[in-house]
Design a protein around this ligand. Structure first.
Ligand SMILES: NC(=O)c1ccc[n+]([C@@H]2O[C@H](COP(=O)([O-])OP(=O)(O)OC[C@H]3O[C@@H](n4cnc5c(N)ncnc54)[C@H](OP(=O)(O)O)[C@@H]3O)[C@@H](O)[C@H]2O)c1
Length: 245
């Protein structure tokens, strides 16, 4: 029996941990040929060893347009096409606006928003050639902002806005745009928060509920891109059952 994604070429950004790593593994298990990008290439090498299929590891910094273009080119050179981009790389440095270290705002906007836009820009000619798909890993923070999460939410609202423009511009050309909005997922994302109150709040939230696992989001990605070409699953919101806000 053939797997659902047999032969599809998928690039996953931010695949060295968490949702990206789990998604790359799930895609490989479904028969996709997977390119994985991140800055921590040692972790990508370990992932490639675990994956059942063909995996290309790429040193990638999404804030650097040259690095993004090189990763797309290397993927197409190795596999001959690009069918799906999973735009997942991101950071969450939450904290109050008053007195914030604005260098953290710059890093979030450059990584989450500009980085994901650069990646779409570089991948589009290939995705159009294959009538492929873009999967944008947004967040529940792309739908609702909360105290302490203003800049992170701004990047995710931005991703949602960009995705809807992209969809309207290119759906007639066969491009499918999928926005995935996870609630709380158990990953290392919150461990990089420098604000001690926000760090404590994230830990309290994690211990107060049955969180999502990265594999739960990987399953949503696989579901969306395994649909027939005429079906565009444009938005998936996945929260832990126990998450109220
Ligand atoms: N965990 C949650 O609760 C949750 C909820 C909603 C949405 N999300 C979103 O899911 C995505 C993945 O997060 P995660 O939870 O899986 O966290 P994670 O384990 O910290 O993964 C983040 C990934 O992004 C990569 N990354 C960061 N900066 C990068 C850069 N400049 N260039 C390339 N890659 C970069 C990291 O790799 P390197 O450091 O090796 O580069 C890592 O692989 C993010 O967009 C996040 O906003 C997460």
């Amino acid at each position: 029996m053939s797997n659902t994604l047999d032969g599809k070429v998928v690039l996953v950004t931010g695949a060295s941990s968490g949702i990206g790593e789990a998604t790359a593994l799930a895609l490989s298990q479904e028969g996709a040929r997977v390119a994985v990008g991140a800055r921590r290439t040692d972790r990508l090498a370990t992932l490639a060893e675990k994956a059942p299929g063909d995996v290309l590891t790429l040193e990638l910094d999404v804030t650097d347009q040259e690095s993004v273009r090189a990763a797309i080119a290397a993927t197409v050179e190795r596999f001959g096409a690009l069918d799906v981009l999973v735009n997942n790389a991101g950071i969450m440095l939450t904290g109050p606006i008053l007195g914030a270290d604005t260098a953290e705002w710059t890093r979030m906007v450059e990584t989450n928003l500009l980085g994901s836009m650069y990646t779409v820009h570089a991948a589009l000619p290939h995705l159009l050639a294959s009538r492929g798909a873009v999967v944008q890993i947004s967040s529940t923070s792309g739908r609702t902002a909360s105290a302490g999460g203003g800049v992170y939410a701004a990047t995710k609202f931005g991703i949602n806005a960009f995705s809807e423009s992209l969809r309207q511009e290119l759906t007639a050309n066969g491009l499918r745009v999928v926005v995935i909005e996870p609630g709380f997922v158990a990953t290392e994302l919150a461990s990089h928060i420098t604000d001690s109150m926000m760090q404590a709040a994230a830990q309290q939230m994690a211990s107060s509920m049955r969180t999502l696992e990265p594999e739960d989001i990987a399953a949503a990605v696989c579901y969306a891109i395994a649909q027939p070409d005429h079906v565009a699953v444009n938005e998936i919101l996945v929260r832990p059952t126990d998450q109220t806000h």
